[in-house]
Design a protein around this ligand. Structure first.
Ligand code: ZN
Length: 768
């Protein structure tokens, strides 16, 4: 008998389960295709190897090449030309034998025969810059390409070489074996471009009022390309947009400029006594001990005096840098120069600014402080800044970075007036470009291939550094502001981009040259993604540790995207493949809403369907083990007397079960809900994201629950959650703090918030 009853019961249970399932969305009908969204990234990632470990760290056989430079440079200020002679010593640390070397000739982008303009679709514009108009329609007059005068080995023998646009292959006399070194020299010159009128990341600005130029000089010498385990030779052409891939090395650079110029650049100035006046020396000593305010090394008065004449003499500034991936410098007789010290990890670093008088009063007030503040913030997020100085140079319309030095825009008008836009633009660009010392100057990713790896990571830390700056220098804010007005970072700021026309959006994992909306794609979206990981998905503690681990693992090395993705998971135990896949590999957007809310009350009896089934099988309710029944409000089984009852009084079976199985103390600590809800969330957006739901109850209490993104793993369209409460649910809000870049918030609340349409508003206005 017992056996038969058991059999019947099991049979019943199967039937019952079938009934219960009817209540759930049919997963196959609802687009059960989302397995891909949680599929691990094995197909997209290359297989870990001895060079790069599966953990995301450099592998046991990791190597990188070294390129050391000795250079003698001379600036011809009168003709805006630069001459150079360089000796490159290249060390092959790879296990491969190299048959040739590739050298980058970036200035050839400005050569008369440059193909860069030919890959742009442009047509005819009704408004043209004079310089651009002449170039385009009147025959190009300016030739800014490299004039390579000689390429020789150390014995003075010419080396065969082939120039393909911005890349030069140097054919070496015999293949370069693993572990060996080859030295060769290149003699060159080129015409320096006017960066204000002709564009470019370096060049000069001409000031007609005093007939002077301010030079910001970079990509100015033939530079070794990167050879690595992932690309072989990275000799992808420089078309003008994707930046640079460069090996580390040591530099000894002598730069000869007019004697009245003030110059600073990458590296330590090793002949300070030759180029500084006694007065400058005294001020410099003072600056090294000034931690709060910058000290002027060259005053505005002195710079204005220097502008008035031109020295015929020359001075050579000698700079030496170790373990840098590039070299840049700025020089002009117009420069005002100030410095202050900032303690980083117990060591003094100099924060430095160079600016013509045209930058004041903004620059003397804020540039050097922004540099110092940036070094502190970035060091906290990554590692202690390892170089001895960081320089911010004012150059019109520029925002460009090199090791220890960068160029930044932000200029008041002729009366010294500036808007908030100019002020915060200037501060933000300084924070950003100084931040580039970390990404990619030290964490040396391949900018030519992956713009987001330096711009995105840098823009992410920039946001944190801006907020620090606003906190540490509240005087920099404008009246009424309580924090720094960051343009990028918070999730809500990426919505206009992500909800835009899909025909003009590319995944982040696209080479920069080929992406639409470059700034949003390579700067804002990755930065926002990292901010979301930090604030919403991983939490600050796990994120910051993992981010620091990545930074320290790849400090002075060449990371790839996978090294970043892998390290973030390896150091946090958070599986983020779904996030990388959605945010970095697709153009999907977030849109999560509330589809329906069903309300239930506890009943002592099952619904009609179950009752009928029991009677068909000749069974009574008492044949079943203890069940608690829930009846949906508004259904045919619902009666008003079920409302508002305590769960214990409305279900004797449950009461009995509790009495039999729990002590009075345990029972006293239990919740006794009256209201039961099924909340159904739907997801019109393609991205999977955590559901952040805020439940608000009639008694005024609120509860916020974050359902991890994995809730979407079996159903990409909709999911449901049960909520039980002692007080009636009155409101639900999805993503109340706008943390997930949800592009449509009209479906984010229940009951639906009725927003007055523009037309209704207009009608009401007419009535009033
Ligand atoms: Zn940048």
């Amino acid at each position: 008998m017992k056996t038969l009853k058991y059999f019947l019961f099991s049979f019943f249970l199967i039937a019952f389960t079938a009934f219960a399932q009817e209540d759930r969305p049919k997963e196959r009908e609802l687009g059960h295709t989302n397995n891909n969204k949680f599929k691990q990234l094995y197909d997209e990632f290359s297989t870990p190897n001895m060079f790069r470990s599966a953990s995301g760290a450099p592998g046991p056989a990791y190597y990188q090449q070294k390129a050391d430079y000795r250079m003698d440079i001379e600036l011809d200020d009168e003709n805006a030309r630069i001459y150079g002679f360089e000796t490159i010593t290249y060390t092959n640390n790879s296990p491969d034998v190299l048959e040739y070397l590739w050298v980058q000739l970036d200035q050839n982008k400005r050569a008369k025969d440059s193909k860069s303009p030919l890959i742009e679709s442009d047509g005819v514009s009704t408004m043209n810059r004079a310089a651009g108009f002449v170039d385009k329609f009147m025959g190009k007059t300016f030739d800014g390409g490299f004039k390579i005068q000689e390429v020789k080995d150390t014995n003075g023998n010419p080396l065969p070489h082939v120039i393909n646009m911005t890349m030069m292959r140097v054919d070496i006399p015999k293949p370069l074996a693993s572990g060996s070194t080859f030295s060769f020299s290149i003699k060159w010159w080129y015409n320096i471009n006017d960066h204000v009128n002709q564009g470019g990341r370096s060049g000069y600005e001409y000031f007609p009022k005093d007939d002077n130029r301010a030079y910001v000089i970079a990509q100015f010498f033939p530079r070794m390309a990167v050879y690595s385990d992932v690309e072989g030779w990275q000799n992808s052409q420089f078309w003008g947009r994707d930046e640079f891939a460069l090996p580390f090395g040591d530099y000894k650079v002598n730069i000869t400029v007019p004697a009245d110029h003030i110059l600073d650049g990458t590296g330590k100035l090793i002949n300070r006594k030759d180029v500084f006046s006694k007065e400058m020396m005294k001020r410099y000593e003072k600056a090294k001990k000034s931690y709060d305010e910058p000290v002027l090394i060259v005053t505005q008065e002195e710079a204005e005096f220097a502008e008035k004449s031109k020295s015929t003499g020359k001075k050579t500034w000698k700079l030496e840098a170790e373990n840098v991936r590039d070299f840049g410098f700025a020089t002009s007789r117009k420069f005002i120069w100030d410095m202050m010290a900032v303690k980083i990890g117990g060591i003094d670093v100099m924060a430095v600014s160079l600016y013509p008088k045209e930058g004041n009063p903004l620059w003397e007030d804020w540039s050097t402080k922004a540099v110092a503040s940036t070094l502190r913030s970035y060091s906290r997020m990554t590692f202690d800044y390892p170089y001895h100085k960081a320089i911010s140079v004012h150059a019109r319309s520029q925002g460009m970075e090199y090791p220890m030095i960068c160029w930044n825009y932000g200029r008041p008008d002729e009366n010294g007036y500036y808007s908030d836009r100019t002020k915060f633009g200037m501060m933000s660009v300084i924070i950003h470009e100084v931040g580039h010392n970390f990404f990619p100057m030290i964490i040396n990713s391949d900018e030519r291939q992956w713009t987001w790896m330096d711009e995105g990571l840098n823009t992410f830390v920039q946001y944190i550094a801006e907020q620090d700056f606003g906190e540490w220098y509240p005087d920099a804010l404008s009246p009424g502001q309580d924090k720094y007005p960051s343009r990028r970072g918070p999730a809500s700021k990426i919505i206009p981009y992500m909800s835009g026309d899909q025909d003009f959006i590319a995944p982040i994992m696209t080479k920069g040259l080929n992406t639409y909306q470059f700034g949003s794609n390579a700067y804002s979206k990755p930065a926002t993604g990292l901010n979301m990981l930090r604030e919403t998905i991983m939490g600050r503690e796990l994120f910051d540790y993992a981010f620091k681990t990545y930074s320290q693992r790849w400090m002075f090395k060449h990371p790839t995207p996978e090294d970043f993705f892998r390290t973030m998971e390896d150091a946090s135990a958070v599986d983020l493949d779904w996030f990388w896949r959605g945010w970095f590999y697709t153009t999907d957007y977030t849109d999560i809403g509330i589809k329906a809310v069903n309300k239930y009350f506890v009943s002592s009896e099952p619904n009609k369907q179950i009752k009928e089934m029991l009677s068909r099988r000749g069974m009574k309710l008492s044949d079943l083990p203890p069940y608690v029944y829930l009846v949906e409000e508004g259904s045919e089984d619902f009666t008003e007397d079920l409302r508002d009852k305590d769960v214990m009084e409305s279900n004797p079976t449950l009461k009995e079960y509790l009495m039999d199985n729990f002590t009075p103390e345990e029972r006293a600590n239990m919740k006794t809900p009256k209201y039961f809800y099924k909340v159904t969330f739907d997801k019109p957006g393609g991205l999977v994201m955590p559901i952040i739901a805020e439940y608000e109850f009639a008694d005024g209490t609120k509860e916020r629950i974050t359902y991890p993104a994995q809730i979407w793993r079996f159903n990409d369209k909709e999911v449901s959650k049960a909520i039980a409460s002692t007080s009636e649910l009155v409101k639900i809000t999805v993503d109340p703090d706008l943390e997930t870049a949800d592009i449509d918030t009209s479906n984010n609340s229940w009951p639906k918030e009725i927003k007055q349409s523009k037309f209704d508003q207009f009608k009401n206005q007419l009535k009033n």
